[in-house]
Design a binder for this molecule. Sequence first.
Ligand code: NDP
Ligand code: 2IT
Length: 451
Amino acid sequence: MNAIDAIYDKVVARDPDQPEFHQAVKEVLESLEPVIEEHPEYISIIERVVEPERLIHFRVPWVDDAGEIHVNRGFRIQFNGAIGPYKGGLRFHPSVNASILKFLAFEQIFKNSLTGLPMGGGKGGSDFNPKGKSDGEVMRFCQSFMMELWRHIGQDCDVPAGDIGVGGREIGYMFGMYKRLQNEFQGGVLTGKGRSYGGSLIRPEATGYGLVYFAREMLATKGKSFEGTSVAISGSGNVAQFACEKVLDLGGIPVTMSDSSGWIHDPAGIDREKLDYIMDLKNNRRGRISEYAKKFDGVTFTAAGPEPTVNGLWGVNVDVALPCATQNELNGEEAKMLVANDLIAIAEGANMPCTPEAVEVFQESGVLFAPGKASNAGGVATSGLEMSQNSLRLSWTREEVDAKLDAIMVNIHKNAYETAKKYGRQGDYVFGANVAGFLKIAEAMQAHGVV
Ligand code: NDP
Ligand code: 2IT
């Protein structure tokens, strides 16, 4: 057995009940074989990089509006701090557990490295379900969560942000409690903050915009553009909404969106006015995507099955696919449906939305495929820009931040593309992103000695 396989087997043996973590580790390790041929000394780096530096697990008690006490689990995974403070989002969703957060934190190490900014990899969250909770309940939960988390984070130590179920409202409540406990205005302790207290322009838009900038670069390698291109988007949260907006800016035609209750197909296209409706529905009224089908003519709504996979969305005939909901939402069978409809490109907006079988189908059929750690890195990159602005005590204009985000995405695309080409794997963005992301981490870890 080779050394990399032995490391993977040990990861599985140590935590046999963490399938999402195994999936993420396997995908990265499979890319590192040629790196080890060049740098045999990096084997001991790989052994260390798969083990989190610190895992924090805590109780989060809170009281609902009726006076009932609830207990949730809180986590923060400080996975790798070799190139900067731990950085990564917080997810509030009932499915959250150590396996899911370890996979997300592991992916974050390489994603953050690819941005070119000094950020280590981390992730956290809770199995708290924000759906159906009042603002007061969400506030009390966020305050209780921060009452434990605050001692483990700081602007030079660990900087959380949003993810599924955590947006501007939750970041605001957590920032308020952190400020009170720490008795300091540490602007850079969280990112995704509101504009009035240190947030960056374009951070809310950044993951979706960055995803479309990356996909634009992919299409350009085939001499194509978004103009007139039909696009399937899944999800209808932060990433999906702003991906949809940027697709419209570039002349594309988004035709689908989803949430956990099902998906809509609008053959006429989701235009700006309809997108405004979705943003109000999701961000203010906190409603269900099925309401879109009642509001607009010619739209079909299909209810979801029990799995995260959205039950037919990927059967719609489109040129570009942007999965922006959750992990493992697009399986091998669905990948075959997209390929049968002559898909040109797919870029992951969510983290690991495509199963390994789906990725294999895309790669074998010659469809351009971008892994989330490259294509959704615009969110964390703009978090990095928010931290820069907080340190400078300055705030850049919308145009300045957007131009920096676009340049970062172009650079990540170039880096992943050229790294793959250098190793004779032209067009393999999975390989290129994993290797380029890893090499920077490995160099830093090697320089730091055994720590
Ligand atoms: P949001 O909470 O804003 O939106 C999530 C969307 O996905 C909602 O429409 C939600 O539906 C749907 N969804 C979530 N879980 C499931 C599920 N199990 N089955 C079906 N649908 C589901 O989250 P974000 O948009 O921020 O995040 C989406 C993805 O993008 C995640 O994978 C996240 O890790 C990734 N990401 C986010 C970044 C960010 O900056 N926010 C940066 C990089 C990646 P419902 O409301 O019904 O639950
Ligand atoms: O998955 C991700 O990159 C995020 N949820 C964003 C993390 C961040 O720190 O902005």
